[in-house]
Write a protein that binds this ligand. Structure first.
Ligand SMILES: Nc1ncnc2c1ncn2[C@@H]1O[C@H](COP(=O)(O)OP(=O)(O)OP(=O)(O)O)[C@@H](O)[C@H]1O
Ligand SMILES: [Mg+2]
Length: 170
């Protein structure tokens, strides 16, 4: 067996919605090997975003465990989890979540800067070129098309050279 970069065990996420309980995840056992590319397909509301949020440490499961790179997320305190998200996870949000007041370039390098790391400008330029965003790097997200915003979100997720990329894409 190759090294598993992501593993979940009996992962459950229940949301309370007024009187009702929504079982968004109800016992998910799932793993991804290093360098593996996995696509999760399911109808709207089937729990895809919820699963990615749990793996990326953006939200806490009702029960069950998530391991990323051998580390159990439930063992981490808030600060450790924040560092985990910044260094290990590149997250492409379903609604992109770009910071509206920052240029594309500043959005892309923000996670690296928040981590107190030196920005690898060559690497960032390479990413922006690959994603055909070099001419938009000074633009605000609101000036971009939907596809350009999505590519800016991809550039941001890749810029910090994370261990895993979680792409909640449409
Ligand atoms: N914060 C929340 N509070 C209550 N219910 C929620 C919350 N977030 C998600 N849900 C519910 O959990 C279920 C799974 O939602 P989720 O967003 O994970 O689905 P999805 O597969 O990503 O759907 P889509 O393809 O439309 O993006 C849905 O029934 C949704 O209404
Ligand atoms: Mg979703």
């Amino acid at each position: 067996m190759k090294d598993q970069i992501v593993r979940t065990e009996g992962l459950k996420k229940y949301y309370r919605l007024g009187e009702n309980i929504v079982k968004a995840l109800d016992g998910v056992d799932f793993s991804v090997e290093e360098r593996e590319f996995v696509a999760i397909i399911g109808r709207s509301g089937s729990g895809k975003s919820t699963l990615l949020h749990m793996i990326g440490g953006l939200d806490v499961p009702t029960s069950g465990e998530v391991y990323v790179d051998g580390k159990r997320l439930s063992e981490m305190n808030r600060e450790q989890l924040a560092i985990f998200r910044r260094r290990k996870v590149g997250f492409i949000f379903q609604n992109y979540n770009l910071v509206p007041d920052l240029s594309v370039y500043d959005n892309v390098v923000l996670p690296v800067e928040l981590d107190g790391k030196r920005v690898d400008r060559h690497f960032v330029r390479e990413i922006l070129e690959l994603l055909h965003l070099e001419e938009k790097q000074d633009a605000l997200p609101g000036m971009l098309s939907g596809g350009q915003q999505q590519r800016a979100a991809i550039a941001r997720a890749v810029a910090s050279k994370p261990s895993i990329i979680l792409a909640d894409v449409k």
